[in-house]
Ligand binder design. Sequence first.
Ligand SMILES: Nc1ncnc2c1ncn2[C@@H]1O[C@H](COP(=O)(O)OP(=O)(O)OP(=O)(O)O)[C@@H](O)[C@H]1O
Length: 344
Amino acid sequence: MTSAPPTDRDAGARRPDGGPPAVEVVDLVKRYPKASSNAVDGISFAVRRGEVFGLLGPNGAGKTTTVGVLTTRVRATSGRAVVAGADVAADPSAARARLAVVPQRTNLDQSLTARQNLLFHAAYHGVGKAERTRRADELLDRFGLAERADAKVDKVSGGQAQRLMIARALMHDPQVLFLDEPSTGLDPQARLFVWDRVRELRDRGTTVVLTTHDMDEAEELADRVGIVDHGKVLALDTPAALVARHSGGGSIEVVLTPGEGDDGDLAGRVRRALDAVRGVTGTDEMPADAPSVRVRASVDGDPASSLAPVAEAVDSTGAVVTDVRLGRPDLEDVFISLTGRELR
Ligand SMILES: Nc1ncnc2c1ncn2[C@@H]1O[C@H](COP(=O)(O)OP(=O)(O)OP(=O)(O)O)[C@@H](O)[C@H]1O
């Protein structure tokens, strides 16, 4: 008798204290009218309170549709989605009061100033006048926008507009913040600034769900990542656990010059020596400027733990090592191994 393979879909879905998740999606299906297949095809996952959760997937995977359902903008075909305790289909206004969305494209009111954008949003959500003024000042300050507070939004830079959208989203103190590709198009400084603010939000207990194509962003920010493709969750866990489980091992690349009295075929000798090292699963000769040779050894697991025996094997050939590089598997390797290389 065979049992079902273990799935990491629900890994860590609930807090150790058993508290309810901040976001819960159960068997969610969305088929757009006239479409021949489901955009979301039975997705289930849960996000803990105070967690940064990344939804990662290639174009067309179903991320935006999933977030659309969670933020009450898309009606699900079947299944259930709950945000901060509110069922998005049964009680969309309660869900909207508890969540906020930062879309990828600017949707600020261009005719208003930065501060007015914040104040109007809070007023719409029923935040009292004194409180919304206090929150606007605090958020403008926190997002480095105090000096631009009274500037018309059409005069602010792309990076400032993105920060302003996040600040605006926080004006009604949401429990769950949805960020769609938060650092697309930002310069490196602006990107780091946004990342710091996201970490700060997590530290304050706000749950953050972010969709991204950016593996660095997911690896840097997300406590757990769900990899989605063709409307299904393919894997869900911490970035480190996904890398350990789904990618092959790493690699060690060495560049060598022949030692004194070298009698030729250095690359072949190095490869034979490395092939005999425990943990080395294969070797390749890579392009190099003669007389140097470059050999890459693929290894099981973390390349750092194979470094000493690899160095010893190379040394036995009498060659002189001029460069060494460790290639560690990362989330991108996991992503490619699960979703394939073809461009969609
Ligand atoms: N309004 C719509 N009407 C019909 N089909 C749609 C609609 N929106 C999305 N789709 C289709 O649903 C599927 C999932 O799209 P979705 O935008 O959710 O993916 P995504 O993972 O967010 O992609 P991207 O990273 O490109 O934004 C795609 O095949 C897309 O063409």
